[in-house]
Design a binder for this molecule. Structure first.
Ligand SMILES: C[S@@+](CC[C@H](N)C(=O)[O-])C[C@H]1O[C@@H](n2cnc3c(N)ncnc32)[C@H](O)[C@@H]1O
Length: 462
């Protein structure tokens, strides 16, 4: 602590009197000329009262605080101090940049190694290497693969931190390593977004396609049930109850996007009261079939459609469950160019079976277009969805914490377009069957530019 020469020999009470009352409100650098306890005094005059500087300081202290700071920021003291901060900041940035570039260098080195392995024998790639190559190629990772890849990347970060001085160390984890690492992490923090089951299933996409139904693995998701009776009762109040919420989050725009995707012969599954009907473009659609498991809902949709498009002849209205689509068809086997669904998967008893049934009714090159709500991209939102799941089920017969991406995966479909809005809880998806090729507009930019086929990463027989 520095004391002014003038104040050293004085009694504490006198020193207190001499200290300006504003000493707390003015930046320290502005007070160096005065007898402020605790601040170094450079003044040669022991009693500067009445001096020019003192007057200036007095005027200064009358200014609002933000102005005092503004003047301080323009002072030479501040600028001199800042030079040091700039130099230090630049140094820190250089170090961070060095480590970042070093990491990129090692990653590139490893990628070359993976590519060489792939050229030699695709089957020799480990799960991580396959995911890494796929993530960097035009081949889109499936939702479950994406989750696992994110976890591998987290594990990789930790690996690089541990091997910070070892340039030769290659990150080559096995699925077992990932599982062990994950269990270690899970002991310290639980991630709502990733379940242990995600880690365990090494070859999830293939496994899943063999299972009839594989519900999301989260125990916070309510047990599935047939919600037909609930919506049968709700039908007449449905529009009134959802309209304000939908207006509040501009859902009309999303519904418009959904209906813009319709082409040729169209089937709308879980049509409800026909909330998408206002966005229907009759010029693009040859025929339109509406289906819902609730008779009241179908009747309301039919009334709405007939009022809006009285001359449109190729419209049909059917009562039936999405899971039974194939049986409903009987021997007729009508196929569709587009199958569309809005907020239906959360209400189905078996959403995976419903998706599979939809896929089997697609014409070659047909698309399933979905506007759904489900898990978010944010953990804190997912925690809320999980916490309120039972209440939501009771009031809306809706399982709003389902992971829609996993349902698509489990149904064995490919996603060609994905957009998430409303903090990631609203999913806008276009899906296709794996055997159908990508349409021109769905191809990655370079493939589109050169008119070439988009080649996926060959998994090889592992
Ligand atoms: C939340 S509402 C959505 C309605 C409408 N698509 C919309 O966007 O407003 C869910 C709808 O799915 C229907 N639904 C529930 N389970 C079904 C099933 N297994 N098959 C077909 N429709 C079903 C309900 O009757 C209800 O109309």
């Amino acid at each position: 602590m520095f004391r002014s020469r003038a104040s050293l020999g004085l009694a504490p009470q006198v020193r207190q009197l001499m200290a300006p009352k504003w000493s707390h409100s003015v930046p320290a650098a502005l007070m160096v000329h005065y007898n402020v306890p605790g601040v170094r005094n450079y003044s040669q005059k022991p009693f500067p009262v009445g001096s020019k500087e003192f007057q200036e300081q007095n005027n200064l202290k009358k200014l609002p605080k933000w102005k005092q700071w503004a003047i301080y920021f323009q002072s030479n003291e501040f600028k001199r101090g800042m030079t040091i901060y700039y130099v230090c900041g630049f140094g820190v940035m250089c170090v961070a940049f060095y480590y970042y570039m070093r990491d990129r260098y090692y990653e590139d080195k490893q990628l070359k190694h993976i590519r060489a392995k792939y050229e030699e024998d695709p089957a020799s790639l480990s799960e991580y290497e396959y995911l890494k190559l796929k993530a960097l190629s035009n081949d889109k990772l499936k939702p479950r693969e994406q989750k696992k890849y994110r976890m591998y990347q987290m594990m990789r970060k930790e690996f690089r931190r541990k091997h910070i001085w070892d340039g030769e160390a290659m990150f080559e984890p096995t699925p077992q390593d990932l599982q062990e690492w994950y269990s270690q992490q899970a002991r310290t923090k639980t991630s709502a977004a990733v379940t242990e089951d995600d880690v365990r299933s090494e070859n999830s996409a293939e496994e899943n396609s063999q299972e009839t139904t594989r519900a999301n693995d989260n125990s916070a998701i309510c047990a599935p049930q047939d919600t037909t009776a609930f919506f049968e009762e709700k039908a007449f109040d449905y529009d009134n109850e959802v309209k304000w919420e939908e207006r509040g989050i501009l859902m009309g725009r999303r519904r418009r996007w959904l209906m813009k995707q319709l082409r040729g012969d169209v089937l709308e599954v879980a049509c409800g009261t026909g909330r998408n009907i206002p966005y229907f473009d009759q010029d693009e659609v040859n025929s339109m079939t509406f289906l819902d498991s609730s008779r009241n809902m179908v009747e309301l949709a039919q009334k709405k459609f007939r009022q809006k498009y009285p001359r449109y002849a190729n419209a049909a209205f059917t009562v039936g469950r999405a899971e039974d689509l194939v049986e409903l068809q009987g021997s007729e086997q009508v196929k569709y160019d587009t199958i569309v669904e809005a907020f239906g998967l959360c209400a189905h008893e078996d959403p995976v079976l419903a998706l599979k049934s939809m896929a089997s009714l697609l014409k070659p090159g047909g698309r399933i277009v979905l506007l759904e709500h489900g898990r978010s991209t944010w953990d804190f939102i997912n925690n809320h969805l999980d916490f309120r799941a039972p209440k939501r089920m009771k009031t809306w017969a809706c399982r709003w914490n389902l992971d829609i991406g996993e349902l698509i995966d489990d149904a064995g479909l490919d996603i060609t377009y994905e957009k998430r809005v409303h903090l990631g809880t609203t999913w806008m998806l276009v899906c296709k069957r794996p055997e159908d090729p990508l349409a021109l507009e769905e191809k990655p930019f370079l493939d589109k530019l050169f008119g070439r086929e988009t080649k996926g990463i060959d998994k090889g027989k592992r």
